[in-house]
Design a protein. Structure first.
Length: 155
């Protein structure tokens, strides 16, 4: 007994119809576009802030960051963060990971930032919520009144 030729076509039509009828099951992934700035900080006689750090200048001049007066951009990167998926952030000193925890009130992002120093030691683990477009700065204090900062803004 041979199968009629229309059965495979019917099965395909049913599968396509199931996909069309149930589009709610395939949700779009929640993502945000983020910019990361790696910064070295140290004390000095005369303040010096790299021109690329202009968007952060007000924050860098407020305590506790105002203990330093020299800020130098070490690296800059752009990443798309997907909800609950850790993303490696390339640094010149050590390594970092950023994770989008969730979107809050449609205009804020909750992020977890971790930083490992150059020897691989875990030195920062910070979860924070910020308005989209605002800069968040996480700090690893170093000996000799220096600091290693990672700043992030997401949209």
């Amino acid at each position: 007994m041979t199968q009629p030729m229309y059965r495979p076509a019917l099965a395909l039509a049913i599968a396509v119809a199931a996909l069309v009828v149930a589009p709610g099951r395939a949700r779009a992934e929640v993502t945000v576009d983020c910019e990361f700035l790696e910064i070295s900080a140290k004390a000095g006689d005369k303040p010096a802030i790299d021109a690329e750090l202009k968007p952060l200048e007000k924050k860098l001049k407020k305590p506790p960051l105002s203990t330093w007066s020299h800020f130098k951009l070490l690296s800059r990167s752009q990443k798309v963060l997907a909800k609950k998926k850790p993303e490696a952030i390339g640094l010149k000193v050590g390594s970092a990971t950023a994770t989008l925890v969730e979107i809050v009130d449609k205009s804020k992002v909750r992020l977890t930032i971790t930083i490992d120093d150059a020897k691989g030691k875990h030195v920062v683990d910070n979860t924070t919520t910020a308005e989209a477009g605002d800069w968040v700065i996480v700090v690893h204090e170093l000996p000799g009144n220096e600091g290693h900062l990672l700043s992030v803004t997401c949209k």
